[in-house]
Design a protein around this ligand. Sequence first.
Ligand code: HEC
Ligand code: HEC
Length: 239
Amino acid sequence: MKRTTTFAIALAGAIAVSAAAFAAGGEKPADWNVGGGEQDEALNLTPDLENGLEVYEVCAACHLPEGWGSRDGTFPQIAGQHPKVTIKQLADIRALNRDNPTMYPFALEREIGGAQSIADVAAYIQTLKMNPEPGLGAGDDLEHGAQLYKDNCVRCHGENGEGDNDKFYPRIQGQHYEYLLRQYVWIKEGKRRNANPEMVEQIKFFTDKDTTAVLDYVSRLKPPAEDTAPPGWLNPDFE
Ligand code: HEC
Ligand code: HEC
C-alpha cells in the first residue's frame, strides 16, 4: 500500500530529527496556553477539509484511518476532538511545549505544511465519528469514580466529558482508559508541560485508587449517538 511505504520512508528519516530535538530535554514548564505563533495563526484560518484529509493520511499511520487509536492506549483516539484542542496540541507538540518524540517528526512543517495544514487537519479530525468500543478500566469502583468526577472534573470537562472547544478543554469521554491514565499521571507529576495548572491543583491530593476510579468512569462516558460510529466502522475516505 502506498501509505505504508510513505510512512516507512518517513520513519527512517525521522529518527535523527527526533533524537536531536529531545537531546536537550526541556525541563522548564510551558505556560499552559500562551497562544501566539502557529496556534493563533491556525485559529484564524478557514479550514479546507480536502487538504485536511490529505494531511490526515500521515496521522492515520498511527491514529488509524478512523482516528480511533489503540485500545491499549499507545495511540489516543483523536476522532471527534474539538478543533481548538487539536490545534493547540499540535502547535504545542511542534513547539516542544508538549513532548511527543514518537509523533514529533511527523508533525513538522516539512512533513505536513504550516498553520493552514494544522487548521485543515483539525477540522477533518472533528468530522470523524468516535470509537464505540474504547479500552475501559476494571469497572470495580465506578461509584467512587462518578463522585470524584462530579466534584473535580465537571467544571472544566463537562457533565459527560464533552470538554469545551472555546476554552481548549479536551473532550475526554470514551477515550481509552490506558491513555487517560498515562496523560493524567504525567499531568499530575508535571511531565506534561502544557498541562493546565488549575487541573494540576485540583488533582494533587488524588490517591492511586482515586485516579484509577475516576478515569475508569471517564472511559465509560458515552459521546452523543450522532458523534459515534457503529462497531467495526471503516473510514470510507481511505478505501
Ligand atoms: C508515529 C506515530 C504518530 C503519528 C504519525 C501521529 N501521531 Fe499523534 N500521537 C502519537 C502518540 C504516541 C500520541 C500520544 C503521545 C503521548 O502519550 O503523550 C499522539 C498524540 C496526539 C494528539 C494529542 C491527543 C490528546 O488527547 O491530547 C493529537 C492531537 C495528535 N496526536 C494528532 C496527530 C495528528 C494531527 C497527526 C498527523 C499530522 C498525528 N497525530 C500523527 C503518535 C503519532
Ligand atoms: C480547571 C479546569 C480543569 C479541571 C478541573 C480538570 N481538567 Fe483535565 N484538562 C484541562 C485542560 C485545559 C486540559 C488540556 C491541557 C492542555 O492544553 O494540554 C486537560 C487535560 C486532561 C486530560 C488529558 C486529555 C488528553 O486528551 O490528552 C485528562 C485525561 C484530564 N484532563 C482528565 C481530568 C480529570 C479526570 C479531571 C478531574 C479529576 C480533570 N481533568 C480536571 C482542564 C481541567
